[in-house]
Ligand binder design. Structure first.
Ligand code: AMP
Length: 465
């Protein structure tokens, strides 16, 4: 769960990267960073925190140049710590190089153990640093060839932006698991971003998705594309459409908002129920709840209000203020709920704790019945490719039936969208094969890339205080 952005050939590259990172903030809230190049030197700023807090005007002024890459991070592999903030920048025999990565490598621990046995010294615990070591050790001549050589050794999901003094390289893994799109700025230069919503903010126009396995090279000669890997069947992450991407983004030609609305419509067909009002869990369930209401003909209401000023909550103070975390974020609208038969729509159930608190809150506001509808299938497996899901044991649906989950969350009924319904809602690139080019391992337990057994890699013992 991360976002990347790259700007090439614009005099205010760092400023544009900063604005683009604002639009990608939902992809990672732990740390953010920008590396810029003025053609001679790379300069970086990266820190823990949100984009708006980290980048003051003064800091942005210290990032001159017409090339920049940026990153927002939500850790999947590696600790949440400032040493793991990206872009990571290094000096090596070929010059300076920075990398920003969205995705997760499944063989990073194995590669790292091998590199460490050969004497490599790592500065981070993130899987991304492995790629830099492989590039530095490559015997290829040009930077694009070194990058391709390094990436042939890694397996997993990667949407990557590299920046050297004079070149930006963008790569998407051969399965295209994480999204990555190309845009053009209305005045000058190229933009690459994890999601198209970043283009709208900086007045860039969408050109196309970067294709699975494609490498784009930007340098003084302009932009060129190469396909350095063996062709593979695409497996775009289905969860981007379900939850992760912003509804105003388009992935593989498919509007995230419209896909979610279709999921809600199909859910209404698969799990209808007599009720008085359909409400979303904001914001994750909103588009699907609109679809459910339209298809069922039931009125749509805002039965829960969300505070936009709460980040992630870490304190659960005491028994006396139970459900503190959820209460900080959501509060019920009694006028919508009291005496009603309520359908509440959310995108997914992970551990089940949020849903049970929300249902308690809706009942507390006087609802007569609460019917929970989920616009994706039961989450039965973890993601190995960059979405932060807990281990299988913590996923309520990995070991419990729908009836058991319904009882646990305290709903009168529970309906999950079927896998077929989900796939059909994402009318991806018109393919007719069974998966429509989608990775849905978290729902199907069928994973496109085998995950290497865990290798015990040496952990960093240095602690920054
Ligand atoms: P839970 O209490 O674990 O069942 O939380 C379910 C809620 O978490 C739903 O409202 C989802 O929108 C949201 N959610 C789903 N996947 C993730 C994720 N990977 N990270 C954070 N929140 C998530």
């Amino acid at each position: 769960m991360c976002g990347v952005i790259g700007i090439y050939g614009h005099p205010e590259a760092a400023n544009l990267a900063y604005l683009g990172l604002h639009a990608l903030q939902h992809r990672g809230q732990e740390s953010a960073g920008i590396v810029s190049s003025d053609g001679e030197h790379l300069r970086w700023v990266r820190e823990m925190g949100h984009v708006g807090e980290i980048f003051t005007q003064d800091r942005l002024r210290r990032l001159p140049g017409s090339f920049a890459i940026g990153h927002v991070r939500y850790s999947t592999t590696g600790d949440s710590a400032s040493k793991n903030a990206q872009p990571i920048a290094v000096d090596y025999s070929g010059g300076s190089l920075a990398i920003a990565h969205n995705g997760n490598l499944v063989n990073a621990a194995e590669l790292r153990a091998r590199l460490e046995d050969g004497g490599s010294i790592f500065q981070t615990t993130s899987d991304t640093e492995v790629i830099l070591h492989l590039i530095a050790r490559s015997r290829e001549g040009s930077l694009p060839d070194r990058v391709a050589d390094a990436l042939r050794a890694v397996r997993g999901a990667y949407s990557l932006a590299f920046l050297s003094e004079s070149m930006m390289i963008i790569v998407r893994d051969p399965m295209g698991i994480r999204p990555l799109s190309l845009g053009k700025h209305s005045k000058k230069g190229w933009v690459v971003a994890s999601e198209t919503c970043a283009f709208d903010l900086i007045e860039a126009s969408f050109v196309r998705d970067i294709e699975p396995g494609e490498m784009l090279i930007f340098d003084k000669d302009g932009m060129r594309r190469v396909f350095p890997f063996m062709t593979e069947k695409p497996y775009r992450c289905v969860f981007e459409w379900v939850y992760f991407a912003r509804p105003d983004s388009t992935i593989a030609g498919q509007s995230v908002y419209q896909a979610r609305e279709r999921m809600g419509r199909r859910l209404a067909v698969e799990y209808p129920v007599p009720a008085d009002v359909v409400i979303p869990v904001p914001d994750s369930g909103t588009a699907a709840a609109i679809g459910y209401a339209r298809e069922s003909g039931l009125p749509f209401g805002q039965g829960l209000m969300r505070s936009h000023y709460v980040g992630r909550t870490f304190i659960e103070p005491s028994e006396s203020i139970r459900h503190f975390g959820v209460k900080l974020k959501l509060s019920p609208v009694r006028e919508v709920l009291a005496g009603k038969r309520v359908v509440v729509v959310d995108d997914s159930i992970v551990r089940g704790t949020t849903s049970s608190k929300i249902i308690g809150m809706i009942r507390g506001a006087g609802a007569r019945e609460v019917h929970l509808r989920i616009s994706s299938p039961p989450t039965v497996g973890p993601c190995h490719y960059g979405i932060d899901t807990p281990d299988r044991d913590a996923l309520i649906a990995s070991a419990h039936t729908v009836e058991e989950i319904c009882r646990f969350v305290g709903a009168d009924s529970l309906g999950y969208l079927s896998l077929g319904g989900l796939r059909a809602s994402i009318d991806c690139v018109g393919s007719t094969d069974e998966h429509r080019g989608l990775c849905d391992g978290c729902f199907s337990n069928s994973y496109p890339i085998a995950v290497a057994p865990p290798v015990h890699s040496r952990q960093l013992r240095l602690i920054s205080a």
